[in-house]
Design a protein. Structure first.
Lengths: 174, 254, 127
């Protein structure tokens, strides 16, 4: 039986979960996107199940990349997908009205996973939206008892997604 | 307009502080704003600090100060007090400020290098400390610092462990630790740090009902771990394989 | 959510019908395909707080399963549980795709549930 390893991507609608997975996956990502009926967010589609991508390691084992739905009503999916994950990438969109509050949702929703494995917070769209800055995110995480890397990232760039994964791996090393 | 002075490969700029006294509120605010605006061009990173700083900026209303003689003073005002020191005329101009900061910054960095300015003694090999909060962007300009900081997000570490795990030179580690300490982001820890893995960690089964690690959650099991402490042990070789697949170089001594 | 009144009315009407016609029905929920509840009616103890979101995930996963197996579109997802069934069907109205979830207890006859639910979904599609 193939041993499985999993890394999870989460974040709000439009933060780039599907894009990030697509940037590194060796298969075109499988997604469960449907039409978005929430008129407060200008996005046509939204993930309601999961995004899926994978990488095959040199011994045949798979590293599976899962993207979760972003909205809180899908938190049952968060719990299901979090089981046994090696680490979590939280993608935040700095162009949203209150990105720090967005971060809170995922720090809380995945608190058990974060306490026991690796986590990294990637903030997107910072060039056009420099506030809140990295330090604000660091303090917000600190207020929730979380200490993890926080950095700006453009997930359309595969190298930057790879860097996020590398920071997860660094945390997992003994 | 002077051109931006950026290092081509991203190095870490020195992090310097300045205090302000005796300037009218409007001028003080303007001075601080200009320094922030010029941050992408100055050779060092400057941040305002209350109390003791690397540079004292003094206005005409400042009384004579008997402070540390090694701390440079920048006088700001209408008229050069002609005390033979550094001076910036009002109204403030960005170019003049930039040049002055670069000159003074170089002096401070040089003095640090010569040991003329008192620096806190660096940590011993095994002195344990922990990172309190992810550092702000200014402390992480050099890419290797992001990796160093990441290695510090888990259990408390020490200079020796940090150097071993990162494969970076001692001076780089010391410089980073010094910057962190100056920014109030490090806390000393009583027990010595260990380089070993989490082989003895107890993994409470209540966290993951279908966990692979049946834990002890009886009344005599260990108390709840501190927020950073518990990480599951990872299958040996897995991380190396994932790195390999992602095309990443492995860390560690070269 | 921009759901036109006629669809809302049709949804309520569908729920009325199903609650009336299906013996042993516990709850009927109609929601958007991205998991937002549109209309619901619940008998006594049945809890449907998250059913809309769960149904949307299941419907989406059902669609993936259908595609991967090369069997075409997923028409419905049926869950057989110890004390009854949950049936989730898609109602593809031109304006919006809805998901209709029917929760039925042990005394319900699954064939009957399917029949009435499919009728109701069809009616909703043509609203």
């Amino acid at each position: 039986m193939t041993v499985e390893h999993k890394i999870l991507f989460t974040g709000t609608m439009g933060a780039g979960k599907t894009t990030a997975i697509g940037a590194v996956s060796e298969i075109p990502p499988v997604s469960t996107d449907v039409r978005n009926s929430d008129t407060s967010v200008a996005k046509a589609t939204t993930t309601v199940g999961l995004d899926y991508g994978e990488l095959t390691l040199d011994n045949g084992e798979k590293l599976r990349l899962y993207g979760t739905p972003g909205q809180m009503r899908f938190d049952f999916m968060w719990r299901i997908l979090a089981r046994g994950a090696l680490g979590l990438v939280i993608l935040v969109d700095n162009s949203r009205p209150d990105p720090l509050a967005d971060l809170d949702v995922y720090l809380d929703g995945f608190s058990e996973l974060i306490a026991t494995t690796a986590c990294v917070v990637a903030v997107g769209r910072m060039e056009a939206h420099p506030q809140p800055d990295i330090d604000a995110y660091a303090r917000r995480a600190e207020a929730r008892g979380v200490l993890c890397p926080v950095l700006p990232a453009n997930v359309t760039d595969p190298q930057q997604v790879v860097q996020l994964l590398e920071l997860l791996l660094l945390q997992l090393e003994a | 307009m002077t051109t931006a002075a950026q290092a081509a490969p991203k190095g870490q700029r020195a992090l310097l502080s300045f205090s302000v006294e005796g300037l009218p509120p409007r001028e003080e605010l303007l001075f601080k704003s200009l320094v922030r605006l010029l941050d992408h061009r100055t050779h060092q990173h400057w941040a305002w600090k209350a109390g003791e700083a690397d540079l004292r900026v003094v206005g005409e209303q400042s009384p004579a100060h008997t402070g540390a003689p090694a701390v440079p003073v920048l006088a700001v005002g209408q008229v050069d007090p002609q005390r033979g020191g550094h001076f910036l005329a009002l109204p403030l101009h960005a170019d003049a400020l930039e040049q002055t900061l670069n000159r003074l910054g170089a002096m401070v960095v040089h003095a640090r290098g010569l040991g003329l300015v008192a620096i806190e003694a660096g940590p011993g090999e095994d002195d344990a400390f922990r990172l309190l909060r992810w550092p702000p962007a200014a402390l992480l300009e050099a890419p290797h610092r992001i990796r160093l900081a990441t290695l510090m997000t888990g259990r408390p570490t020490s200079l020796g462990v940090l150097r071993q795990r990162s494969g970076r030179a001692t001076q780089e580690c010391l410089d980073f630790i010094a910057d962190l300490r100056r920014s109030g982001l490090l806390e000393n820890v009583a027990e010595p740090a260990q380089a070993g893995g989490f082989a003895t960690s107890i993994f409470p089964s209540s966290l993951f009902p279908d966990s692979l690690f049946p834990g002890n959650t009886g009344p005599d099991s260990r108390p709840a771990p501190p927020r950073q402490a518990l990480r599951e042990t990872v299958q040996p070789g897995l991380l190396a394989r994932i790195r390999n697949r992602l095309g990443l170089l492995a860390p560690g001594p070269r | 959510m921009n759901i036109t009144p006629k669809i809302n009315l049709a949804a309520e009407s569908a729920i009325d019908t199903l609650m009336r016609e299906i013996k042993g029905v516990k709850a009927v929920v109609i929601s958007t395909e991205d998991g937002l509840e549109l209309a619901a009616r619940v008998e006594n103890t049945a809890q449907v707080a998250r059913l809309s979101a769960i149904a949307s995930s299941l419907a989406a996963l059902g669609a993936v399963a259908g595609e991967e197996s090369d069997l075409g579109d997923c028409d419905n997802v049926t869950i057989e549980a110890t004390h009854g069934h949950i049936l989730m069907l898609q109602a593809r109205h031109p304006e919006v795709t809805l998901i209709m979830s029917v929760v039925a207890g042990k005394e319900a006859i699954i064939g009957q549930v399917l029949y009435f639910a499919k009728q109701a979904a069809l009616a909703l599609q043509h609203a």
